[in-house]
Design a protein around this ligand. Structure first.
Ligand code: ZN
Length: 419
């Protein structure tokens, strides 16, 4: 678990884009290879397994499919030989013959991904599509969140990750109810009860340390329960200070224990999913504040951002994840005249057609090299060079919609540029 690193929003975006693209690819036959290698699995073992697959593939009846599968296997084995050992998080490879320009134009492509989390199980598949679903699963946010749902009779310790809730432990206190048995002195009863509760709280604290700090590493903690018990528990500092620092919400529930954990998840859902949201909201608000200032530092619109980046004068760029723009780099094959265009994905085919049927303004010839790149990738690369930060934000939120009013992308400058 310690291998799970917090990735930047750009890295996550990049990986999501690639996975989305790969999931759409289809082979001519059953000939696309998906390979998931968990950490610790020796590369030579994988190569041996692939060599066997290569042999088995000779039984494939279709000539094209057989040669495509075998070529893909060879290419994969060659790539694997470049590794001295399996990377820390394992490795995912997709390889196969994909058409470049209609039927019969297939070329072997290989995509190599070092995943953001450790690969769990070894998998080799040969199919008419790439098995990206396991990678998609890994891409889901998996921050571990701890829950303690407590009252004087019981405490539930739960873990929340992805969309799963696990009730890890339920501790019962054995503390007697509020009403004493006949014959007991009220003071003595009260003192005993307090001692029992104090001992119970300590026990909960110890179990929390073990579960949330040692066995798992949670990033956030939610405390819940009916009435004031949870507050007493917190005030008494029974929790490890590292856990106290992680508390993001204290929630009133009707139950404690197992039932309380489920209730907490229902009630805290908003608190939990709002975290990145709050961060995004702050960024966009800051941007809007700068926009409204007379001499503010905000710029928006692709051209303005491009100019500021060229001057090295960008602190942060905020962009919605579904901007859907691409950068076209068009170069005349004869005179070398270059130009760059920013267009939407929908315009792509039409625009490309227009370009290749229009004469070069410089030399009047009509042959071009056209390269395309996802706009966010492009901007992230440029930003990296000048030390600017790029934040990709969700587009479905109110914040995202606000940014969309400005074309879906905005930037805050380092200093005000005066012409
Ligand atoms: Zn030209």
């Amino acid at each position: 678990m310690s291998k799970i690193e917090e990735k930047s929003s750009v890295e996550k975006y990049r990986l999501k884009q690639l996975v989305a693209e790969l999931s759409k690819k289809r082979g001519r036959g059953t000939e696309l290879i998906s390979l998931y290698i968990p950490p610790g699995k020796p590369i030579h073992e994988v190569i041996n397994a692939l060599r066997e697959e290569w042999g088995t593939a000779s039984n494939i009846k279709s000539d094209t499919t057989r040669s495509h599968v075998q070529d893909a296997l060879v290419k994969t084995m060659q790539r694997l030989k470049l590794y001295k050992k399996t990377p820390e998080n394992g490795l995912v490879i997709f390889c196969g013959a994909l058409p470049t320009n209609g039927l019969g134009s297939e070329t072997i492509f290989l995509y190599e991904i070092v995943p953001i989390k450790p690969v769990q199980t070894y998998l080799y598949r040969c199919d008419d599509h790439f098995h990206t679903e396991f990678l998609q699963e890994m891409l889901k946010e998996e921050t571990y969140i701890g829950i303690i749902s407590i009252d004087t009779s019981e405490a539930g310790l739960g873990l929340l990750y992805g969309d799963r809730v696990e009730v890890a432990e339920v501790l019962t206190s054995g503390v007697s109810g509020k009403h004493r048995a006949g014959g007991q002195s009220a003071r003595r009863f009260e003192r005993l009860r307090e001692m029992e509760i104090n001992e119970f709280f300590h026990r909960v604290g110890r179990h929390a340390t073990k579960l949330f700090l040692e066995e798992n590493k949670i990033s956030k903690l939610v405390i819940s329960g009916p009435g004031p018990t949870k507050d007493d528990f917190l005030k008494g500092e029974y929790l490890h200070y590292q856990l106290r620092d992680k508390i993001i919400a204290v929630i009133d529930t009707s139950y404690a224990g197992e039932e309380g954990i489920r209730e907490t998840v229902m009630k805290a859902e908003k608190v939990l999913e709002d975290l990145r949201l709050v961060e995004e909201m702050k960024m966009v608000q800051n941007f809007l504040r700068e926009v409204s200032k007379e001499d503010g530092l905000a710029v928006y619109g692709i051209q303005a951002i491009e100019n500021s980046l060229n001057q090295g004068n960008v602190d942060i760029i905020i962009v919605v994840e579904d901007l859907n723009m691409i950068v076209l780099k068009v170069k005349c094959k004869y005179c070398g005249k270059e130009k760059i265009e920013y267009i939407t994905r929908e315009e792509y085919i039409k625009r490309k057609q227009e370009i290749i049927s229009t004469a070069c303004t410089e030399c009047q010839r009509v042959e071009y090299e056209i390269e395309e790149e996802d706009y966010i990738e492009y901007i992230a690369r440029k930003a990296d060079i000048v030390g600017a930060r790029v934040e990709v934000i969700s587009s479905k939120t109110e914040t995202g919609l606000m940014l969309k009013n400005f074309g879906g992308i905005g930037a805050i400058l380092k200093y005000k540029y005066h012409n």
